[in-house]
Design a protein around this ligand. Structure first.
Ligand SMILES: Nc1ncnc2c1ncn2[C@@H]1O[C@H](COP(=O)(O)OP(=O)(O)OP(=O)(O)O)[C@@H](O)[C@H]1O
Ligand SMILES: [Mg+2]
Length: 355
């Protein structure tokens, strides 16, 4: 059992995962993902948040089998996909899709939207031409694109419509798990909420499991059941989304949270912001001890030398900070009282409050 999830319930199990690039002898080794463990339940939306370069996309690509672990592993249910032959992997991977920020990458400018959406089934050699087209129209309908869009070329539709078509394309192979990597980052704020609602609706209708990656705390917290906060290849905090947002127990999460704009100007003015000091460290030479110590407003001597262990402070809330207990006591002293009392369920408000 990892993270309180038994194997039958888990869509993904990540155990001490490492993914590195480059070469240690040439001094070019980058540990993009450096010892990460968590499980994702079937039907769960698991958010991953962190700054640029923290290893989110590398993690996401490894989760769907596009990158191999350097150490540790990823299980799809009880299956180790990295033991498959290339052919078996290709067949298996259709159930584990990734949708990325840039839908342009998924569309050949010389192909119509319908042709592009049909393409995954063409490659898989599945169904007759008529069956593939019928399924493509059904998927376009699922993502609320009218049939007339099908015969347009990518430059003839908007960015939001292109991202919807991109999702329809991913759905053609009937996936069970979708890694959504910054799927709304390139879109106007005004249509981000619509797109998140679409993701929520599809998840409910099709019983999908999502790993929802974003650098935007609002996006992740509105759609996710649980969130993991990544800093420099490591998860520093995991817990139910609303509890992590309400009462962060890691100084990095606290800083991310404090940078978020509030809904009203008065609340914005009253808000105490934590400005992170210090340089963002180089990926080639991560800081000793706690990796966040060079920028942490709560840094103390031991943080510079000893790496904090991740521990469960409250049911379902895992934190890797030497002084997390202190932060918990402070939050309880403030009477916040939300530091993990909640369940992992999404609130009834869904995604409407995003903008
Ligand atoms: N193919 C690669 N070869 C070498 N280094 C890589 C490769 N892919 C990623 N990296 C490095 O790994 C680290 C993590 O990158 P990654 O793209 O996973 O971060 P990210 O959290 O997704 O960032 P962003 O928010 O900017 O998308 C970075 O230092 C990056 O330069
Ligand atoms: Mg990325």
């Amino acid at each position: 059992m990892i993270g309180g999830i038994s194997s039958g319930q888990a869509a993904l199990k990540v155990d001490n995962l490492h993914v590195s690039f480059g070469n240690a002898r040439r001094g070019s080794l980058i540990r993009a993902v450096d010892g990460v463990s968590f499980s994702v339940r079937k039907g769960e939306i698991f958010g991953v948040i962190g700054e640029s370069g923290s290893g989110k996309s590398t993690l996401g690509r490894c989760l769907v089998g596009l990158l191999s672990p350097s150490d540790g592993g990823v299980l799809h249910g009880d299956i180790d996909p990295f033991k498959f032959s290339r052919r078996e992997m290709n067949r298996h991977r259709r159930k584990y899709q990734i949708v990325s920020q840039d839908p342009n990458a998924a569309f050949d400018p010389r192909m119509t939207i319908l042709q592009s959406v049909c393409e995954p089934l063409n490659i898989a050699g599945e169904g007759t031409r008529a069956e593939r087209r019928e399924k493509a129209f059904a998927m376009l309908d699922r993502v609320s694109l009218s049939p007339e869009m099908a015969n347009r070329y990518p430059h003839e539709i908007s960015g939001g419509q292109k991202q919807r078509a991109n999702i329809a394309r991913a759905l053609m192979l009937d996936p069970t798990v979708i890694v959504c990597d910054e799927v709304v980052a390139a879109l106007d704020v005004s249509i981000q909420a619509d797109m998140l609602n679409l993701f929520s609706r599809l998840q409910e209708q099709l019983g999908l499991t999502y790993v929802f990656i974003s650098h935007d705390l609002r996006v992740v917290s509105h759609i996710s059941d649980r969130v993991a906060v990544m800093y420099f290849g490591k998860i520093v905090e995991v817990g139910p989304a609303h509890a992590v947002m309400e009462t962060p127990l890691h100084p990095y999460t606290e800083a991310l949270r404090s940078a978020e704009p509030e809904i009203t100007p008065a609340a914005n003015d009253a808000k105490q912001r934590i400005i992170l000091q210090g340089e963002i460290p180089s990926a080639l030479s991560p800081p000793s001890g706690c990796r966040f110590h060079t920028r942490c407003p709560r840094v103390r001597d031991m943080c510079r030398t000893e790496e904090p262990k991740q521990r469960e402070l409250l049911p379902g809330r895992h934190v890797a900070c030497h002084f997390a207990e202190e932060m918990l006591a402070q939050s309880e002293g403030r009477g916040a009282g939300h530091a993990g009392r909640g369940t992992a369920d999404r609130g009834a408000s869904g995604t409407e409050a995003l903008t």
